[in-house]
Design a protein around this ligand. Sequence first.
Ligand SMILES: O=C(O)CCC(=O)C(=O)O
Ligand SMILES: [Fe+2]
Length: 204
Amino acid sequence: MTDLPTGLRYLPDYFDRTGQQTLVEAIRNIVTEAPLFIPTMPKTGKEMSVLMTNCGPLGWVTDKERGYRYQAMHPATGRPWPAIPEMLLALWRDVSDYPDPPEACLINFYSASAKMGLHQDSDESEFKAPVVSVSLGDSCLFRVGGTKRGDPTQSFRLKSGDVVVLGGEARLAFHGVDRIYPSTSTLLKNGGRINLTLRRVTKA
Ligand SMILES: O=C(O)CCC(=O)C(=O)O
Ligand SMILES: [Fe+2]
């Protein structure tokens, strides 16, 4: 891998197999309390290919009518999101270089055919805090560019246990997931990939 954007930190194998299994068990419990939902694009209502849920005081949601936003309640159950697992709060303390805890942890489920188009994470009011991403299960091809949509991009593989920190100049870097590599991990019984992103939403 050549020069990554300034402020992008790639921490391969941050979580060992035991840590990954502990996280998957925690996510299983979160999904029981806060069921996965199908996110839809603002205005068009087009379904995204990932399934989502959240944990934390706030969760990221989207639908045709109200678009991208953070809210304290699950859109279908109307209940608050489950708490962020302590292991993820510890990760944030370790890598974020930000004094306050994350407020949202978005949980994305990718099937073998799911992807995520190039986008910026820009629905937060605090950009001084990084976005911290954890990959679990099958590997993916991750693409990252600059802060403008047309900037050149580079791609690299993320595998189970890897952590990526988008901070500093890279906080608003365009990024996306072009493809999943099926059967590259045995972590998830039914295959696929889980991505967790920890975000600070409001200014402390
Ligand atoms: O799945 C990933 O690695 C990235 C997810 C992402 O960019 C997001 O949820 O905003
Ligand atoms: Fe993102």
